[in-house]
Structures are given as C-alpha cells and as structure tokens.
Design a protein around this ligand. Structure first.
Ligand code: S3P
Length: 169
C-alpha cells in the first residue's frame, strides 16, 4: 500500500522543523527537511545562498529539492516558509502527501523569530512589519493545505500529538 507523505508547510517560526522531527520519530518514517537538503547540496548556509546568488536562485534549487522529496512515499517532509510561492511545489507535495499548515499569529511569529539571525527575509528594520507583509502575501497559499493547525501557546510536542490524532481519524 502506498503510504502518503506527511508534509509540513507554514510561515517561518511556526515550528515546522521541530514538529516534523517529532512526527518522523513517532511514525518511524524518514524525514526530509528541504532547507537542510539544500544546504547539504550547496555546501553552504541558506543565508549565504541568498546573499551571493539572490532569492530567484534559491527558489530554483528549492523547487528541485521539493520535486525530488515529493516523488518519494511514506516520508515526512518539512519545508521552508516560501515553498508555497510556487504552485508547482504545492501541486507536487499534495499529489503524494497530506499537506499540513502550521499557523501562528503575527505576534507569536515575531516572538519566535526575533533572536534568529539565519533568516535572510527577516533581516533589517521593522520585524513586525516584514512579518505582516509576508504573511499577508502568503496566507492564501497556506490556506490550501489539507489540514491547518494553530500553534500559538503550544509546544512542538503538543502540536505533533494533535497532528497524530488527526491523521489517525
Ligand atoms: C523562507 C523560509 C526559511 C528558508 C528561507 C526562506 C521563506 O525557512 O527557506 O530563509 O521564504 O519563508 P523556515 O520557514 O524554516 O524559516
């Protein structure tokens, strides 16, 4: 029997990577983290890729990594927040998988990402403004997920437990 992939999408700081690790462990499934895969292939950090090559280059290699991961089955896939910008990515991930969007309010996101230096799109002045703008531009895409999970005030473990419950229905 084909086992559908479990795919986590969502804005930066919604906990995709942490929740994905727990899901993969609990379900005994391989985990592919797209950003991690990109850094391995490119042998450099995401921030360095953005800085040296620009966002368009990053999106192209991100698409390649998504296409490869989405073609597998029975795995957990965690994505970067901008994966949803390309409709081909969403279509590929949905074809073989249950796509789950992790959601959080802008205020929660700002709290969670304010001390992280590795996110090129959030660098610079006015973090709340940037978060709001990007969220606004992407919310319709996140809404296309098969399942949406609020994460405000919850630990990654609590979110993972709720996802496992939903998946076993
Ligand atoms: C991005 C999110 C990041 C990473 C890159 C771009 C985005 O991943 O892919 O910095 O466009 O939202 P996380 O969502 O894991 O921070």
């Amino acid at each position: 029997m084909v086992k559908k992939n479990i795919v986590l999408i969502g804005f930066m700081g919604t906990g995709k990577t942490s929740v994905g690790k727990i899901l993969a462990r609990e379900l005994k499934r391989p985990l592919i983290d797209i950003d991690h895969r990109i850094e391995e292939t490119e042998k450099r950090k995401i921030a360095a890729i953005f800085e040296k090559e620009g966002e368009a280059y990053f999106r192209a290699i991100e698409k390649k990594a998504v296409t490869e991961a989405a073609a597998r089955e029975g795995i957990v896939i965690t994505t970067g927040g901008g994966v949803v910008l390309d409709p081909d990515n969403m279509a590929a991930l949905k074809k073989n998988g249950t796509v789950i969007a992790l959601m959080a309010t802008p205020e929660t996101i700002v709290q969670r990402v304010k001390d992280s230096a590795h996110r090129p799109l959030l660098k610079g002045e006015d973090l709340p403004g940037r978060v709001n703008d990007l969220l606004e531009k992407r919310k319709a895409q996140y809404a296309q997920a098969d399942l949406k999970m609020d994460t405000d005030g919850q630990t990654p473990h609590q979110v993972a437990v709720r996802i496992l419950k939903e998946l076993s229905r």
